[in-house]
Each structure stands twice: as C-alpha cells, then as structure tokens.
Design a protein around this ligand. Structure first.
Ligand code: PNS
Length: 166
C-alpha cells in the first residue's frame, strides 16, 4: 500500500472551486490524488460521466500527480484495488458532518485498513455546493467565482443562458 496516495471520491456534478481548493490542499499532504467519480446508474446527474471527467481534466490540467478515474461498487474495495489506504473528503458547514460521519463509519466498518481524512473547505466555499450552484445557474444566476470559467460556460450552455456582457 502507498501511504502518500489518497482517493478523493465524489459525484463532481460539476467540479467546483470548493473541490479544487480541497484538491490543492490535499496535494500538500499526499504525493498523489486519484479523483474518483462514482459511476451510479441510479442517479441522473446534470452532466454525463464523460462531461464531468472532461471538465475535471481540463481545469486540473496544470496539476501534476492528479489522476481522474471512475468506480462503481464499494469505495473501500476500489481504494484497495488502487493500493490506497486514505479516502479524502472535504467538509463544509455543519450540515455535511452527519452524512460524512455516517459514511466514514460505514467505510471503516467495511475495511479498517482504509482511513477517512477530512479537510475543511476554505471559508470562501463554505456555503456552496454543486447542487446550489446548479440551482442558481439554472435560473441564469451569476456563478462567477464559484466554479472555474470553463465550468461556468458549460453550465450556461446546459441551461441555455448566454454569457451576459459586463
Ligand atoms: O459527491 P458525493 O455525491 O457526496 O460523493 C458520494 C460518494 C461517491 C463518495 C459515496 O456515495 C460513495 O462512496 N459511494 C460508493 C458506495 C459506497 O462505498 N458507499 C459508502 C458506504 S455505504
């Protein structure tokens, strides 16, 4: 097992500046991160798996030591397959805590060799999420600064809102 490798799992529908902050800070702790998108046929995301991977690769292209991958089934089994023993998650406001705590405890029950590690999201992104950003974008709200410009453009395109001139 490689102690300096961490899995950063999620849905990333789409990737936000909050995720990127966790990735940048995770890279100060771990030598390598695998950003792993859950392939979940039960969930209907706004962006397809391919679109989400494309956006992540594009916005992280200058970062070395980051791999983008997909998984299905149990996260801990995937981590073992990847020879990783750390799962990295970002924690925002208190509202995240219960869900993350539940997930970490379940993952720990499933495999005690895989550790969950949390990084507090930078205060700037404390109250944002992919879901709330999508909601604002759907109705033409300005999401500048919350997602990378390329992702903002994709959201505008998805919801049919042309870019407003400043
Ligand atoms: O970005 P999200 O939607 O909060 O990510 C959730 C994710 C993908 C990390 C979580 O749903 C997951 O790990 N699913 C895989 C199944 C699993 O192992 N669940 C945890 C134990 S119940």
């Amino acid at each position: 097992m490689n102690a300096t490798l961490a899995i950063y799992p999620g849905t990333f529908d789409p990737i936000t500046n909050g995720h990127i902050s966790v990735i940048n800070r995770g890279l100060k702790i771990f030598d390598k991160l695998i950003i792993s998108l859950l392939h979940n046929p039960q969930k209907v995301p706004l962006f397809s798996l391919e679109e989400r991977i494309h956006m992540i690769r594009d916005v992280l292209r200058s970062l070395p030591n980051v791999e983008v991958d997909t998984f299905d089934g149990l996260l801990v089994d995937y981590a073992v397959r990847k020879n990783a023993r750390v799962i990295l998650r970002g924690l925002r406001a208190l509202s995240d805590f219960e869900y993350e705590f539940q997930m970490a405890l379940m993952n720990r029950k499933l495999n005690r060799e895989v550790q969950s590690i949390f990084l507090m999201t930078d205060y700037k992104w404390f109250y944002t999420s992919s879901t709330i950003i999508k909601e604002a974008a759907r109705f033409g709200g300005d999401i500048t600064g919350l997602v990378p410009p390329m992702v903002a453009a994709k959201l505008r395109e998805k919801f049919g809102h042309p870019k407003k001139n400043a």
